[in-house]
Design a protein around this ligand. Structure first.
Ligand SMILES: *Cc1c(COP(=O)(O)O)cnc(C)c1O
Length: 385
């Protein structure tokens, strides 16, 4: 069979299973609403939880930085690519996360696929939650370390695997807020196990940064003081409305990553306006904690209204609210019916998740009426009493 046929028959199979994905670009900013084609809809599909991405705070600082430093960085950080803003952002992030140091990567994806292989090394062993994000999975694969996957959130399974491993360099990796389910990892329980087994804890705080504990993330939320054996990864691309990833950790670990993280060494630095946008967002969240309070109020309100209407939701204070359904066809139908009611909330299907679902993402920009309309519409189309 000619190679091209391999790919076209694969696409054919995906299409028949209702699993073919397409890119849906927009021709407007995204915020509280989004325009799909000609229709304006309420946007419940964005990770821009604080509504900063298209707002003045970021735009003004990005413009200012572009005037001062230009756009393209021209080289990697180890050559001439970084500007004063890069270091300033790292200092800010370290202070925000309570660590000695921090390092900016070009995306959260890059941070995970670069830092995890560097930290785990070939001699190490990685213990990873089964629902960890694809970027973590890829980082683990790239590491060459022994890999163990523990059942989602199962401390007993994790303990068993740690106990059985003879390896001395152990790295436990978990998301704090799971990206497709919105539930929280028991970071305290996991860190206790790490201490008992002399393991490093690597936390992906992508959906906790800007959301939990006045935006500081999961450690602050669980009242766990930062520790040399905890590595906090996060992104600027979600609640912070910008672009880029980071690792916040001890000075030694950051210096080691500067020397070993391939996505830092072999890739051009982020443009100054992007860094300025991230800086503006971190500064904004620190000096205006009410923006996080507004998001939290919307989260609580949405869950309350859904529960009142008999729709089951988890009780974690996170901006991701999945509505699980039986089949891919159900997910597509519900998403279409929501669309007809002016609500954009796409179906999430395999292979992204095993169980199909509608994934609601809440934002500080949503009004009480928006959330009431969402919950009333869901009650109609999900078919609950
Ligand atoms: C989105 C996401 C990433 C990747 O971050 P980007 O900045 O979008 O590349 C990593 N981990 C988790 C859990 C995520 O949800």
């Amino acid at each position: 069979m000619p190679p091209a046929n391999t790919y076209s028959s694969c696409l054919q199979r995906l299409s028949e299973a209702g699993l073919l994905r397409t890119i849906a670009d927009r021709n407007c900013p995204q915020g509280r609403t989004i325009r799909r084609g000609e229709t304006q809809m309420l946007n419940f599909a964005s990770n821009d939880y604080l509504g900063l991405a298209a707002g003045d705070v970021i735009i003004e600082e990005a413009n200012r930085a572009m005037t001062e430093f230009g756009f393209g960085a021209g080289a990697s950080r180890l050559l001439s690519g970084g500007c004063a803003l890069h270091g300033e952002l790292e200092g800010k992030v370290a202070a925000f996360k309570g660590t000695e140091a921090a390092l900016v990567f070009n995306s959260g994806y890059t941070a995970n696929v670069s830092a995890i292989p560097a930290l785990a090394t070939k001699e190490g062993a990685i213990f990873s939650d089964e629902l960890n994000h694809a970027s973590i999975v890829d980082g683990c694969r790239l590491s060459g370390a022994q890999r163990y996957v523990y059942r989602h959130g199962s401390l007993s399974h994790l303990a068993e695997l740690l106990q059985a491993s003879p390896v001395t360099l152990k790295l436990v990796i978990t998301e704090s807020v799971f990206s497709m389910d919105g539930d929280l990892a028991d970071i305290g329980g996991i860190f206790d196990l790490c201490k008992a087994h002399n393991a490093l804890l690597y936390i992906d705080d992508a959906h906790a940064t800007g959301v939990l504990a006045e935006g500081r993330g999961s450690l602050a939320y669980f009242n766990i003081p930062p520790d040399d054996n905890i590595i906090q990864m996060g992104t600027f691309s979600k609640a912070l409305g910008s672009m880029g990833g980071f690792i916040a950790a001890s000075g030694t670990i950051i210096e080691y990553l500067v020397n070993r993280a391939r996505g830092l060494i072999y890739s051009t630095a982020l443009p100054a306006p992007v860094i300025a946008a991230s800086l503006a967002a971190v500064n904004h969240v620190q000096s205006n904690p009410d923006v996080v309070t507004t998001l939290q109020a919307n989260i609580a309100n949405c869950k309350r209204l859904l529960l009142l209407r008999g729709i089951h939701v988890h009780d974690a204070p996170t901006a991701i609210v999945p509505i699980y359904v039986e089949t891919v066809a159900d997910a597509l139908r519900i998403s279409g019916q929501l669309s007809a009611r002016g609500i954009y909330a796409p179906a999430i299907r395999p292979p992204t998740v095993k169980q199909p679902r509608i994934r609601i993402s809440l934002s500080a920009l949503h009004s009480d009426e928006d959330i009431e309309h969402l919950s009333a519409s869901l009650a109609e189309v999900v078919g609950c009493p």
